[in-house]
Ligand binder design. Structure first.
Ligand code: FES
Ligand SMILES: [Fe+2]
Length: 430
């Protein structure tokens, strides 16, 4: 439970607000490289952190992220001409390069130096891992790029998707941290009812998750602060001399890394588009082998953590609140817990239904919510500390992101975070 004031501090990301300034200390993804493929191609309207921006790829292939309105009289540069390393306003021809500098002002006398004094807002952009990342914080603050293991595997072993989600970023993050919901929201009815065939499957596959989820449906949750954010551990009884642990990581300021397969990993970024809209990103990487084309095609059509989206750079999910996520009540009776066919869309159905900003003053948190409590407290604490002049450690130390989520069996008296076996599971390779 948060107070009205704390809830507002957590949710509001406008420039000048505590959380708005805090999140701007970090790099954030805003488009796939393939969303804006062509030099001198069509610019893309971007809203990021509540700011009205425009991305364009210039003649040399560099991407600029600049304010959308022209400095002259505020016409949208979206309608401009992308030509010869700059964007020319369609109203009176003023032209800007990727740094936002006005480089041509054909309405003024040639001898005038007025153009040199005109610059529109622009943010540094880097292109990495198939995505475009912006830094919207103060230039004098030294920020580092987050060194996720994802960036260190070959391109064929990476897959990225993103889509809009119609709610505040913080409740999307809280959905990512909350591993207790998979037993319900993402469960087949076989798993939910614990049918014989499901229990058999656990024994047959030898998969730790399948085996121990069947044995213990009431995991105990633990959470601790770390240098990257907060680690949450779910502990299950095995009926033997050890415990089964699953680790779910929250990484500052908006990433979650749920436990996944042993060799194929993923993390999400929940990037604020505005106070009420979030871009949910999914970064998948395989440690050993290329991701097959068949998987890419399947995921591209909406499968698992990837939603099916509209073509083009806006990435609206096709299953959304307006069509009730295409819920199928027959499917809900016979096949799965929700009647919604794609896991990602199951997440939106609940997270968006909580309201654009969920009223955390009214909630009743239980024992499964310890990771959520610690993570939101951590965000609030760091945002308030920045107000007092303390820069966020994780933003300036990209190597803290070099971690993995995972699962393992641990001796009953072992330290769930510090035990060498636990550290090994969470260690990324350089
Ligand atoms: S409004 Fe853009 S050049 Fe006049
Ligand atoms: Fe989920």
């Amino acid at each position: 439970m948060l107070s009205i004031k704390e809830n507002e501090t957590l949710a509001v990301i406008d420039r000048g607000s505590p959380m708005g300034d805090y999140i701007r200390r970090f790099w954030m993804p805003f488009l796939l490289s393939s969303d804006i493929p062509d030099s001198d191609g069509e610019p893309v309207n971007i809203t990021l952190m509540g700011e009205t921006l425009l991305a364009f790829r210039d003649t040399s292939g560099k991407v600029g992220l600049v304010q959308r309105g022209c400095a002259h009289r505020n016409a949208s540069l979206f309608y401009g001409r992308n030509e010869e390393n700059g964007l020319r306003c369609s109203y009176h021809g003023w032209k800007y390069d990727v740094t936002g500098q006005c480089v041509d002002m054909p309405t003024e006398d040639e001898a005038s130096n007025f153009k040199d004094k005109v610059k529109i807002v622009s943010y540094p952009v880097v292109e990495r891992g198939g995505a475009l990342w912006a830094y919207m914080g103060p230039p004098e603050f030294k920020q580092e790029f987050p060194e996720f293991e994802f960036f260190n595997v070959p391109e064929e072993q990476q897959y990225i998707s993103w889509n809009r989600q119609e709610c505040n970023y913080a409740q999307a993050i809280e959905g990512g941290i909350d591993s207790a919901h998979s037993n319900f929201l993402h469960a087949s009815l076989d798993a939910y009812w614990r049918t014989e065939s499901w229990l058999e499957q656990g024994k047959r596959t030898g998969n730790l998750r399948d085996m121990y989820h069947a044995r213990d449906q009431h995991p105990k949750f633990f959470a601790e602060d770390t240098d990257y954010g907060v680690a949450t551990g779910a502990r299950r009884e095995t009926g033997e001399e050890n415990h089964y642990w699953r680790y779910n990581l929250f990484l500052l300021p908006f990433y979650t890394m749920p436990p996944s397969g042993a060799r194929q990993k993923f993390f999400h970024a929940f990037v604020p588009i505005s106070n009420g809209v979030t871009a949910r990103w999914s970064f998948v990487w395989n440690l050993d082998r290329p991701i097959p084309r068949s998987d890419r095609q399947l995921w591209g059509r909406g499968y698992g953590i990837h939603s099916e989206v509209t073509p083009g750079p806006e990435h609206y999910p096709l299953r959304n609140e307006a069509n009730h996520y295409l819920i199928d009540r027959e499917m809900q009776k016979k096949i799965n817990f929700t009647g919604i066919s794609v896991l990602a869309d199951e997440d939106y159905s609940v997270q968006e239904s909580m309201g654009v900003v969920t009223p955390r003053m009214n909630e009743h948190l239980g024992t499964t919510d310890v990771g959520i409590i610690k993570s939101r407290r951590r965000l609030l604490r760091e945002a308030n500390e920045l107000r007092d002049g303390k820069e966020p450690f994780a933003a300036a130390n990209g190597n803290v992101f070099h971690v993995r989520a995972g699962d393992l069996l641990l001796e009953k008296n072992a330290d769930w975070l510090q035990d060498p076996k636990a550290k090994e599971v969470m260690k990324a390779t350089w």
